[in-house]
Ligand binder design. Sequence first.
Ligand code: FAD
Length: 482
Amino acid sequence: MSVRPAVIWFRDDLRLDDHPALDAVARDGRPVVALFVLDEVSPGLRPLGSASRWWLHRSLAALADDLGRLGVPLVLRRGPASIVVPALVAEIDAGLVAWNRRYGGGEMAIDRDLKATLRERGVEARSFQASLLFEPMALRTATGGPYRVFTPFWRAARAAPPPRPPLAAPTALRPRDAEAASDRLADWRLLPSGPDWSGGLAETWRPGEAGARDRLRRFLDTGIYSYSLDRDRPDLEAASRLSPHLRFGEISPFRIWAEVAAFAARPDAPIASIDKFLSEIGWREFSHHLLFHFPDLATRNFQARFDAFPWRDDPAFFDAWRTGRTGLPIVDAGLRQLWRTGWMHNRVRMIAASYLVKHGLVDWRDGERWFWDTLVDACPANNPAGWQWVAGSGADAAPYFRIFNPVTQGAKFDPDGVYVRRWVPEIAALPTRVLHAPWTADAATLASAGVRLGFDYPRPIVDHAFARARALDAFAATAAPH
Ligand SMILES: Cc1cc2nc3c(=O)[nH]c(=O)nc-3n(C[C@H](O)[C@H](O)[C@H](O)COP(=O)(O)OP(=O)(O)OC[C@H]3O[C@@H](n4cnc5c(N)ncnc54)[C@H](O)[C@@H]3O)c2cc1C
């Protein structure tokens, strides 16, 4: 008797290692059909930004190669998942569809409905925990509600049973005899053209599972030793840069956890750095916890009293920010790093976001959308959570009176100016003492560095003391407890 094939539906888990849905089917021994659906139309799904589309193309190509080595083609289909998945199931008479769970509101609605549809048609649907170490429904406060503050959330997570060991990638899969029809990846036009701005992304990243494993290995060989000390330094390579790989699920948090735990057992292990790194992985878990419980995280103020905030509509300010022409070198360096590489250092994300929201009084949602379009790690949970945290409207947010001074932040975290000189080359010849505030340099210093302020590089588009006072007034009126 022939066994009905299984569909493995890949989504935010573009890997073979520690892929519980794939593992279950591989053990079953049934014929496997691997599927990815580009769904840009279902309600509640956020269409990917441009940098993420670039990443997705490269990541799908890598996944197709990896599956191909096991003899299984990756089937690409486009359209609403609620139609595309059942259509493929009917076409190949599949008996099972397996996937790893997602936690966004729109995604969960699709999965819930699909499960019901498939079951009605006598097709088994199985879902697995793979992308989060601690699923949002598993962690509850003492009163049964969601966590809104990171520290107790992470304390509860660390007190819960430890994450399971990761599963090895299957060494063999049974392909179906006949290949199902597939779109051509190139026809999806995920890569930019006219103009192709992706050169800097391609130089910086290697999307796919092998690239992800390589990043983790390099981080455990080098960066982790000084992570707790240096993670705030954008001029150093201290952070892991795993974020886009985690975003697309090219590496599993369970794999990261296990490798870090094994590393922690070494006699010379840097324990403070390891704890700090794991707590950053914890922030990712926390953001997803928030997204699960508050699916409108990207569009609605977490704290409703921010709904009345007097945001300014200032396209010129936003444009200067977006293009890295604010006249504040650390802010401009960050926005230019983002544009060129699709990534920005975490400390600089905080400084740049704070500048837009507090110096400019521009709505955090505008900044969030820009990051969404330009980050290769643009994450439906981490991005809005990060922006709301900076704006002060979020859960466990930064206090409103914390208004970063970009000059002192620059001097503190880029003390030798290496980061600014790399991304803002037109002021690279300035001495370090004035590099983070070029307008304070005297005429002779500017002249000998070949810098004409207002021509080669802008003067600050807003005065810090003025902007700070304006923001304090606006935020105090909104954020003061009633
Ligand atoms: C305004 C703003 C927007 C952000 N948008 C995103 C986003 O779209 N996608 C994204 O992955 N991160 C976002 N972050 C969080 C953080 O900046 C990045 O995760 C981090 O810079 C990625 O670099 P890394 O992989 O070297 O991090 P590491 O320091 O090596 O940390 C390891 C991993 O932990 C997670 N992590 C680290 N810091 C945070 C954090 N503050 N919140 C949630 N998870 C974290 C990431 O998955 C990261 O890859 C944002 C932060 C801010 C302030």
